[in-house]
Design a protein around this ligand. Structure first.
Ligand code: MG
Length: 320
């Protein structure tokens, strides 16, 4: 059996398994045999591949969006900071008539300062960004509530931060986002990056506690260390899951370079079970240039790797 035939056969078997499992789970009103009851999604899930702005070949906005459309992407992720404010009108104009949606804006944030003035400055910084994202019909603004060690002087404790984020900083940002038709998207990170928010289930709980305008995302790279199951984590995100980051699972570079390690089928099954229709966006680096590690990869090689990733992720989505 050729590789393509094998994958096609696996895809049919995979969908049958998912649909069968979904139906069986739904049929068990109340979970008769002790298994959890899953409600089948109203609309089937969709794979919307996406690139972050810096990874898209091309210089001008139009050139980058043209590349995405020509290479099978259906979503775009932009930088955060003042980028959305500066480029709001130009991006709205460039997106007209395209089969692309604006996923998220991604950049640093920190709400763990002990000094209320510093936390307030962070809130004030993001309010106009959320307005611009709302105007651009973006899914939302990615927020990592805290980085580094909360045990350091000048930081809130994890308990204090959770309360303040849910009742004050995160709450106000989410309300503002909701008012402008967008959201804040909480991103769980690895334990070496934050002690505060590491799992999708916890992010979903924080988002639910905040209320309208707060959602959660999953990043395969962080999840690889922090979750026991990609599928289980995405199911925990449920309807609150609005964005996904993806990278190689062995090395944080474009998927497909370490092909044996880069298996996302279990995670994609979870996304299918919750009817996920948001973006799956590559966030990561590139392999070293074998000719000269200091130089970075030539553009043609990056494009080849991007196309290779698209093929790999589509195959695995079909298998899930
Ligand atoms: Mg990420």
């Amino acid at each position: 059996m050729k590789r393509r035939d094998f994958l096609a056969a696996s895809a049919v078997a995979g969908v049958a398994t998912v649909c069968g499992a979904r139906r069986a789970a739904a049929d068990q009103a109340g979970g008769g045999n002790g298994m959890p009851k899953l409600t089948p999604p109203e609309k089937p899930a969709e794979l919307n591949l996406c690139l972050q702005w810096g990874a898209i070949p091309g210089g001008e906005i139009k050139e980058k969006l043209d590349f995405l459309e020509a290479n099978g992407f259906t979503a775009v992720e932009i930088p955060s900071g003042d980028w959305p404010i500066k480029n709001c009108d130009a991006l709205i104009e460039a997106m007209k008539g395209r089969k692309l949606f604006l996923a998220t804006a991604c950049g640093p944030s920190d709400f763990s300062y002990a000094e209320p003035e510093k936390r307030e400055a962070e809130v004030q910084k993001f309010l106009p960004v959320l307005e611009a994202l709302g105007k651009m019909k973006s899914v939302g603004l990615i927020i990592c509530p805290a980085r580094g060690k909360l045990s350091e002087p000048g930081r809130l404790s994890a308990k204090e931060l959770r309360k303040d984020f849910v009742e004050n900083t995160g709450k106000r940002l989410a309300e503002h986002a909701h008012k402008h038709g967008t959201s804040i998207v909480l991103e769980p990170l690895r334990r070496n990056e934050t002690p505060f928010l590491r799992q999708v289930a916890d992010g979903a709980r924080i988002a639910a506690d905040i209320g309208p305008g707060a959602t959660v995302m999953g990043d395969f790279w962080h999840m690889g260390l922090e979750e026991t199951s990609f599928m289980g984590a995405f199911i925990c995100g449920g309807k609150l899951l609005t964005h996904v980051h993806i990278a190689g699972l062995k090395e944080r570079i474009i998927p497909g370079v370490h092909r044996d390690a880069d298996n996302y089928v279990d995670g994609f099954k979870g996304l299918k079970l919750i009817g996920y229709r948001g973006a799956v966006s590559f966030e990561g680096g590139w392999p070293k240039n074998p000719e000269d590690p200091k130089k970075g990869l030539p553009q043609e090689e990056r494009i080849r790797l991007i196309r290779n990733m698209v093929t790999l992720l589509r195959e695995q989505w079909a298998m899930a």
